[in-house]
Design a protein around this ligand. Structure first.
Ligand code: FMN
Length: 234
């Protein structure tokens, strides 16, 4: 019994967010295979709310350059954030415990691994900027959803995204889901030619992680099941 799910469990454990990739291109047939596998994800009434944009080559570079420039502008002039309209917020406006502590632990854990200390704003900016180059990955993915759909489709979407990340890992590929792009969703939607009916969900980097980069050694803890589970039996 014990080993029945060993390989699947291995994939679950081996999937980490990669933040430095090798430039090696991913064959289009392989990307299609990953998307076919992710589409096996369940969705309420089987509505399959996902829509995917695959970016490579000059199309990817164009968006990266545009968004990096905007990100740099925001660094110099933070009030400009008002110009960027996002349709939904991924994170809460007000953070409460225990989430704020976990978020801080995660952020500082990553920065300290990279030798970035509190107050080193330029270094933090440069690290965050790597999001907008898909961390050097050869493939960038953007996900959208039809705007008529409700929050239930976000549940479906999460399953699709995790299926994609696990299908990638099971083939030796790596990913990083990226909400960082959401700030610039208006610009992205226009660049990728998305219709007015679509809403931006998030981005994702896809490729082979560079094992020589220390950032990819970042390991994230999880709260034990007993801490988030309540058993009701009697
Ligand atoms: C929807 C979603 C959005 C995320 N956005 C970003 C992001 O913009 N940039 C980033 O570096 N990591 C991002 N992450 C990665 C998380 O920080 C990461 O999943 C978490 O710290 C757990 O680490 P692990 O993925 O290595 O297990 C995102 C993850 C998810 C699921």
């Amino acid at each position: 019994m014990k080993d029945i799910n060993a390989s699947f469990d291995d994939i679950l454990r081996q999937r980490h967010s990669a933040r430095a990739f090798l430039p090696q291109a991913v064959p289009e047939a392989l990307i299609t295979e990953l998307l076919e596998m992710s589409a096996r994800a369940p969705s309420g009434s089987n509505i399959q709310p996902w829509r995917v944009y695959v970016l490579q080559g000059p199309a990817k570079l164009r968006i990266e350059q545009k968004v990096c420039a905007l990100h740099d502008e925001l660094y110099i002039n933070p009030q400009k954030i008002e110009d960027f309209k996002t349709e939904w917020t991924y994170y809460p406006r007000t953070w409460v415990s225990p989430f704020i502590e976990r978020r801080r632990e995660n952020g500082w854990g990553l920065y300290s691994l990279l030798g970035i200390e509190k107050g080193q704003k330029e270094k933090m900016h440069q690290q965050h900027r790597k999001n907008f180059q898909f961390f050097g990955a050869p493939v960038g993915l953007f996900f959208t959803v039809h705007r008529s759909l409700e929050v239930g489709s976000m549940l479906d979407y999460g399953m699709f995204l995790q299926s994609l990340m696990l299908a990638a890992k099971s083939r030796g590929l790596d990913t990083c889901a990226q909400a960082a792009w959401n700030t610039f969703s208006e610009v992205i939607m226009s660049e990728i030619g998305a219709s007015e009916d679509e809403k931006f969900i998030c981005g994702m980097s896809l490729g082979w992680a560079d094992p020589a980069q220390v950032v990819n050694a970042f390991d994230t803890p999880r709260v034990a099941a007993k801490e988030f589970t309540r058993w009701l039996e009697e």
